[in-house]
Write a protein that binds this ligand. Structure first.
Ligand SMILES: O=c1nc[nH]c2c1ncn2[C@H]1C[C@H](O)[C@@H](COP(=O)(O)OP(=O)(O)OP(=O)(O)O)O1
Ligand SMILES: [Mg+2]
Length: 197
């Protein structure tokens, strides 16, 4: 089995990567498997900068090829918030439930046509001795008024995808990856990745 190393502690993200790389014969390994002590501060001001920080920290630690993902939700009515702060929107506890509650409260009274938003995913590919490369994918949607669906993670239960007429959390991992920000970024990554492996 070939391994693919993702510098993440987020199990939901790891599952998204598995839905694409698993069928290609890869085993997805994460920080918990290889370097659980490593804690990288996300001090960058863009998704790309934070993805690079995470990927390079682990690549340097293990001297091997590493991928990292920094992602989040941009809500138009909130001037693009929570953006790169999506994980810590409601505090350092990084609770998905608290984050969704805060977002719904901040959008209270905002009509459907003004609740447009997008998921953004930046993936960084770090290789020892080479320049780190990034890939970006986005997915357009609308923030719903309440949660629906059991799949996925993060803000998926309140992110309505008009193209599917479903909440993101109502899509199976395979359906989500076919239309998601992460799926789009991974497709761009794969053009390079396949040349390396
Ligand atoms: O497909 C998604 N479906 C729902 N929510 C999502 C998605 N993609 C990102 N998100 C949200 C979750 C989290 O609030 C933030 C990511 O923050 P981000 O720092 O990149 O990840 P994280 O701290 O959970 O894990 P880690 O940094 O170890 O990879 O955006
Ligand atoms: Mg993070």
């Amino acid at each position: 089995m070939k391994d693919i190393l993702i510098a993440t502690k987020n199990k939901g993200k790891a599952k998204d990567f598995e839905s694409i790389f698993g069928p290609l014969g890869y085993t997805v390994k994460t920080l918990d498997d290889v370097a659980s002590h490593l804690d990288v501060e996300e001090t960058g001001s863009t998704f790309e900068a934070n993805a690079i920080l995470k990927a390079e920290a682990l690549a340097n630690e293990l001297n091997t090829i590493v991928i990292a993902d920094d992602s989040g939700l941009e809500v138009d009515a909130l001037n693009g918030e929570p953006g790169i702060y999506s994980a810590r929107y409601a505090g350092e506890a990084k609770s998905d439930d608290a984050n969704m509650d805060k977002l719904l409260a901040n959008l209270d009274g905002v009509p459907a046509e003004e609740r447009t938003a997008r998921f953004v995913c930046a993936i960084a590919l770090a290789q020892p001795g080479k320049e780190t490369v990034t890939y970006r994918g986005t997915c357009e949607g609308v923030i719903a008024n309440e949660r629906r669906g059991e799949f996925g993670f993060g803000y998926d239960p309140i992110f309505f995808v008009p193209a599917q007429n479903k909440m993101m959390a109502e899509l199976t991992p395979e359906q989500k990856s076919a239309i998601s920000h992460r799926g789009a970024a991974i497709q761009k990554l794969r053009a390079d990745w396949d040349g390396l492996n």
